[in-house]
Design a protein. Structure first.
Length: 410
């Protein structure tokens, strides 16, 4: 099956310059990109007439099973509820032009298999298994008054479906191996305190150096990588120095630590959208008061961190981290970043740099021969106004994933 896009203004995911041209898609892959007319008797011809043609968007930080902002309630919901919530999350995300998602942890391996089998319409989904947390860490969602975990195999702890609790280097190594066995493409560790968890201070370190090194070593042997949840500067710096590939949130990164990240080739994935949404109406949708209290000045720090990383030369990916009722606000991330970054930096963060982070360089996030045919046609020029990408797909008359039209409104 061949599809020919004619007379488009092409953003290839890499260059600052848009160019007029034509794109031929064949069997789910981009076969040719040319400034000259492509002479082929294609099965389908799309007249772009000056619309912007660009790669599908990539969100590197999603939790498709996070169906409630209160993690105590979340752990008690039936699997059927998670599954149906996730199904609508995935389909609506594709409607918004995100053709690839990286799971930031917590999705059931069986549900990831169902996505892979095509049981529901979904973006490409890079499954990360359960996140790895120390006892009392960001992935340990027990309240302080709750009893310790039981070793009883017939009565597993409530959060086992989301979190692998591991203490000590050997236990961390085993947990990483287990998630790879269950189909994870990469592994996320919790290397600092967080907002949603009830008992861990936001600014404190989690895991020892030996535990983090064990995870990094095990992932490297699988040809994969570790990405880490980090808010405080000290956690970001330590993970970069220990070989973690990608830091999530990077909330309080200093200029000095940003320079270390750049030197080490460590990627950063800020998630301004979730903090903005929590500030706006998190309490309305059940975010506990303890979590709200952890967020003082967090959005301001994360915004400053974006500037520090840009100035230092850190490669920045695109993530949102939205939960429950906030999952329809992915577009906020474009607008928040546009306050301090130029459109080009934001565009590559959601295309070619994001693809590089998930080890799909040249296959995703670009319009180039040999790349997967995940393509958007945009009514407008995102190089001038990147916020047009964040308006719930209204500016995308065409959304293509793997060479097939998810949306065709021309």
């Amino acid at each position: 099956m061949q599809t020919l896009f004619r007379n488009a203004l092409i953003f290839d995911g890499v260059s600052r310059d848009l160019r007029e041209g034509h794109v031929l898609v064949e069997d789910g892959v981009i076969a040719e990109v040319s400034e000259q007319p492509i002479k082929v008797d294609a099965d389908r011809v799309v007249e772009a007439d000056g619309l912007t043609l660009m790669p599908g968007l990539i969100d590197l930080h999603v939790h498709i099973w996070a169906a409630d902002m209160n993690v105590a309630r979340l752990s008690q919901m039936p699997t059927e509820y998670y599954s149906l919530y996730a199904a609508q999350f995935l389909q609506s995300t594709l409607d918004r032009g995100f053709t690839t998602l990286r799971d930031a942890g917590g999705t059931d391996a069986g549900f990831a298999m169902a996505i892979e089998k095509g049981f529901i319409k979904s973006p490409r989904f890079y499954h990360s298994g359960r996140y790895i947390s120390q006892t009392g860490g960001h992935g340990d969602f027990r309240e302080g008054h709750e009893q310790h975990f039981s070793d009883c195999m017939c009565c597993p702890p409530r959060h086992e479906r989301f979190t692998a609790i591991a203490d000590g280097a050997d236990a961390v190594r085993k947990a990483v191996r287990e998630e790879f066995r269950r189909g994870a493409r990469a592994i996320k560790i919790m290397a600092s305190g967080g907002v949603a968890s009830p008992t861990d201070p936001l600014d404190k370190l989690q895991f020892t150096d030996a535990e983090i090194l064990a995870a990094v070593d095990e992932a490297a042997m699988r040809g994969s990588y570790i990405f880490a949840h980090c808010h405080p500067d000290i956690a970001i710096r330590r993970c970069s120095e220990l070989g973690v590939r990608c830091i999530e949130h990077v909330s309080m990164v200093s200029p000095e630590t940003a320079a270390i990240m750049a030197r080490n080739g460590t990627y950063g994935v800020p998630t301004l959208a979730v903090v903005h949404a929590f500030y706006e109406d998190g309490a309305k949708f059940g975010l506990p008061a303890a979590s709200i209290g952890k967020m003082q000045n967090l959005l301001e720090a994360m915004t400053e961190g974006l500037v520090h990383m840009k100035n230092a030369g850190v490669k920045i990916g695109f993530g949102t981290d939205l939960l429950a009722e906030h999952n329809d606000r992915q577009g906020i991330e474009f607008a928040l970043r546009a306050n301090v970054l130029d459109p080009y930096d934001i565009l590559i963060s959601a295309t070619s740099v994001a693809a590089e982070i998930i080890m799909e360089e040249g296959r995703l996030g670009v319009v180039a021969p040999g790349a997967y045919a995940d393509i958007l046609l945009v009514d407008g020029n995102p190089m001038r106004d990147v916020t047009i990408l964040g308006q719930d797909g209204r500016n995308f008359p065409v959304i293509m994933k793997a060479g097939e039209f998810h949306k065709m409104a021309l």
